[in-house]
Design a protein around this ligand. Structure first.
Ligand code: ATP
Ligand code: MG
Length: 270
């Protein structure tokens, strides 16, 4: 079975489970953006973005530099405050600071530059937030961390420091660290752009695995192979707007908008 079929099957199973459990928001969008704007002074980095992401859905965001991709996902976990419109994550409106702490617990984020704590071991990087924020016991946090480090294939590195690891290994620690909070959503901002080519796949494989297990994900990436294989939906941004959105098949075979065609012709050439 292909990863995609497996992902679809898992998602269907997950949706059924949610429905059977009578879960409050089953079927509703897990992430909902309406008319979201972000201004930096007089410059509008986001100009009215609407986006619904369903539970278990994987959305890949592409677009030229400066189109607002990072700003979009930074607004979704409240790293940037939006200036207009609404953002809701699992029913929580991202607005006041109390909600923000709540949302950050539900939304895992992985950056281009891993952002690990350099003075802490891998294990400590992964156990810190569950202990501080979730109130997990040390033993429980270590159990969770070891399971996650095993899942991303680097359990044997648990006692090393970040600088002793390759970029690909560091990024896998960053993913494990985000997962340790048991987030409902994972946001990735160009997670493989800072990696040497031979390390890109080891990180993409971990992300594919996450998708196949039903994680809801928004991924900014230039890895079009990943988009084709894993995305349920691709979203093309330009100038702070969503210009076009559709299935990977639609995007790579039959894009509608001229700006999308131009962008794809540039990135698919190499
Ligand atoms: N803190 C800031 N202050 C002022 N302008 C900003 C700030 N952050 C982003 N911008 C501007 O907002 C626009 C969108 O930036 P953003 O980082 O979201 O683009 P991007 O699509 O992620 O680009 P890239 O592909 O280069 O990462 C850019 O024009 C950028 O210069
Ligand atoms: Mg960016």
């Amino acid at each position: 079975m292909s990863a995609q079929n497996r992902a679809a099957q898992n998602r269907a199973a997950q949706n059924r489970a949610a429905e059977n459990a009578g879960a409050e928001n089953a079927g509703a969008a897990l992430i909902a953006l309406e008319g979201v704007e972000k201004h930096f002074g007089s410059f509008k980095a986001l100009r009215g973005v609407d986006l619904d992401v369903a539970r278990g859905e994987v959305v890949v965001v592409i677009g030229p530099s400066g189109s607002g991709k990072s700003t979009l996902i930074r607004c979704i976990n409240g790293l940037e405050a939006h200036d207009a419109g609404t953002i809701t994550v699992d029913g929580i409106r991202i607005k006041d600071t109390r909600d923000l702490a709540e949302v950050r617990r539900e939304v895992g984020m992985v950056f281009q530059q891993f952002n690990l704590f350099p003075e802490m071991t891998v294990l400590r990087n992964v156990t810190l937030a569950p202990m501080r924020v979730r109130g997990a016991s040390r033993k429980m946090a270590i159990d969770i961390a070891r399971r996650l480090l095993d899942r991303v294939g680097i359990l044997e590195q648990a006692h090393k420091y970040p600088e002793e690891l390759s970029g690909g290994q560091q990024q896998r620690v960053a993913i494990a660290r985000a997962l340790a909070m048991e987030p409902k959503v994972m946001l990735f901002d160009e997670p493989t752009s800072a990696l040497d080519p031979e390390m890109i796949n080891e990180v993409l494989d971990v992300m594919k695995d996450l998708a196949a297990q039903g994680m809801t994900m928004i991924v900014v990436t230039h890895e079009m192979g990943f988009a084709r294989e894993v995305a349920d939906r691709v979203l093309f941004m330009d100038g702070g707007r969503v210009v076009e959105t559709g299935t990977p098949e639609h995007f790579f075979q039959n894009p509608t908008e001229d700006r999308t065609k131009l962008f794809l012709s540039k990135i698919l050439r190499h």
